[in-house]
Design a protein around this ligand. Structure first.
Ligand code: NAD
Length: 505
């Protein structure tokens, strides 16, 4: 830990500027000690088995649900987001915890698999065992929902967790761990280490068995490099530049409503927020007028009627301003908002049109309540433009009849049809991206398996009819094996007969 890192972390409310918490800055020794404690608890937790672990996690869920308003208040204080938005993320996180606890046994427990004909004398099983200690590094924009996507699933899979929350939201992390301590007194199963990037870097090097990171692609690269030193596997949930497609047969009013919420909710600080909209020319004018009307009805502020809160990270204000100014300098127009929409920590909803596809507002994550809207000549053009990005996190399609077809052609980890960001609230669906948006999955069966390793066991049930894995293998056994393999797989060498039509296709 360098001398320039302060030893106290002071958190101020983005709304009032008041100090809302002072936390310890954990150094590399503290982090190593937390991981060592977690390792002791990991064994106990793993030995408890699925049913007992579920019991503990269900009790923790009960505490979170009963005190949801209190937790939402901590989220509001640290991020500035409206209370209702904070409640939404708490509710979704609790639901994920319930799903992970309930389904861990079925998804990960030991099950028999076929041993095949050549190894018919064997009984084969597969099960998914906990890795041990999982390091989780989280962001500030959804300080409960996002890290719980790793924490809940890692715990349900039988691991202990050491969590490094964002320096902007350490109180949320501490609150979550304290709530578990009410169920398991003095627990070291889920610990929180608070601090800046240095604390996170120390966690990468503290001997964890996997590191689950959510944050920007740039930090993701640094984390991968640190974890590479010890071959520690990583899960990267990074940013996005999600597109919403409005097809020619879309319910335009519903699409505009979803675009407004997807772009402006949480002040646009959502990894799967809508940042680009591609609208079929047939419905463009109607869509733009609906979106514009909705955007004008909203305002960002600290008053109770404001549905949009402040920018949590002060530096993000400059990013948004740069993207808006760049779009306008390159021929774009702001039909709502614009450069004057940036007012201190608040950014009023901004709708940009005629923005060149190579400008910052279209290519880079803005993470603010701004959205670009472009007219396209066909649904195919919309898909091509939506896919023209280095990111690949989420996407949205509005179409009455072609939703499935269009959704399947979008290169993204998740896609919502006729709704927005809905996939994040469905516990059984995997969540994660491709490209610059990262790799690995949280949520659902994939999310549980992400924090385990597959364990294969082959048990000999009887002596084999033909002994293959011995130096005593006979010539007859080899002939039988050759005959068997030919009978089983020889037909596959026949070339399939293709018709002329098939060949042309
Ligand atoms: P960030 O990358 O700045 O920080 C994320 C975390 O990494 C913080 O806890 C930070 O302290 C820590 N960190 C910083 N430097 C580190 C280092 N060298 N080593 C280890 N840890 C380090 O991101 P942020 O500003 O907190 O979050 C915003 C970003 O997160 C956006 O890009 C957003 O799209 C993304 N995000 C993605 C998802 C998703 O699920 N894909 C969800 C929410 C947010």
């Amino acid at each position: 830990m360098t001398a320039t890192v302060p030893d106290k972390l002071e958190v101020t409310s983005p709304v009032t500027g008041d100090v809302v918490g002072i936390h310890h800055v954990h150094d590399a020794d503290d982090v190593r000690a937390a991981v060592a404690t977690a390792r002791e608890w990991a064994q106990w937790w793993s030995d408890l088995g699925f049913a007992n672990r579920r019991d503990v996690l269900d009790k923790w869920r009960g505490v979170l649900a009963r005190r949801a308003a209190q937790l939402a208040e901590v989220v509001h204080q640290e991020t500035g987001k409206p209370h209702g938005d904070a409640m939404l993320e708490v509710a979704l996180a609790v639901d994920h915890l319930a799903w992970a606890a309930k389904h861990a046994d079925k998804v990960l427990g030991r099950r028999k698999v076929s041993s095949g004909l050549l190894m018919a004398n064997q009984a084969a099983t597969v099960e998914y065992l906990p890795l041990g200690v999982i390091g989780v590094i989280g962001p500030w924009n959804y300080p409960v929902f996002t890290p719980m996507g790793s924490i809940a699933y890692a715990l349900a899979a039988g691991n202990a967790v050491v969590f490094k929350p964002s320096e902007l939201t350490p109180g949320v992390g501490v609150w979550l761990a304290d709530a578990l301590s009410e169920v398991v007194p003095d627990q070291g199963l889920f610990q929180v280490v608070t601090g800046y990037g240095e604390t996170g870097a120390a966690l990468c090097r503290a001997g964890v068995d996997k590191l689950a990171f959510t944050g920007s692609p740039a930090t993701g690269r640094t984390i991968m490099a640190a974890c590479a030193e010890t071959l520690t596997p990583v899960l990267i949930e990074a940013g996005g530049k999600d597109a919403l497609i409005v097809a020619d047969d879309a319910d335009v009013v519903a699409a505009a409503d979803a675009a407004a919420w997807g772009a402006f909710a949480n002040a646009g600080q959502t990894c799967t927020g809508v940042e680009r909209v591609y609208v079929h020319e047939k419905v463009y004018d109607e869509f733009l007028s609906e979106l514009t009307r909705r955007a004008r009805e909203l305002h960002a502020g600290g008053d109770p009627s404001a549905k949009i809160g402040p920018m949590t990270l002060p530096g993000q204000v400059d990013v948004a301003r740069r993207h808006i100014e760049d779009a306008i300098a390159r021929g774009g127009r702001a039909v709502v908002g614009g450069p004057e929409a940036v007012q201190g920590r608040y950014i009023q909803p901004t709708v940009l049109v005629d923005v060149p596809e190579d400008s910052l507002a279209v290519t880079a994550e803005t993470f603010a309540p701004t959205v670009t809207v472009a007219k396209v000549r066909s649904n195919d053009e919309a898909v091509a433009l939506a896919n023209h990005t280095s990111y690949g996190l989420g996407a949205t399609v509005f179409s009455r009849k072609k939703g499935m077809d269009l959704a399947a052609r979008i290169r993204s980890g998740m896609t919502a049809i006729n709704g927005v960001i809905s996939f994040a609230g469905i516990p059984e669906l995997p969540f994660g991206g491709i490209g610059e948006s990262g790799f690995g999955r949280i949520h659902g069966p994939d999310g549980l398996k992400e924090f385990t390793y597959a364990k294969a066991i082959a048990r000999q049930r009887m002596k084999p009819a033909i002994a293959l894995t011995t130096f005593d293998r006979t010539e007859k056994a080899e002939q039988t094996m050759a005959t068997l393999i030919n009978v089983l797989h020889g037909g596959a060498t026949q070339l399939p007969k293709l018709s002329r039509k098939d060949r042309r296709a």
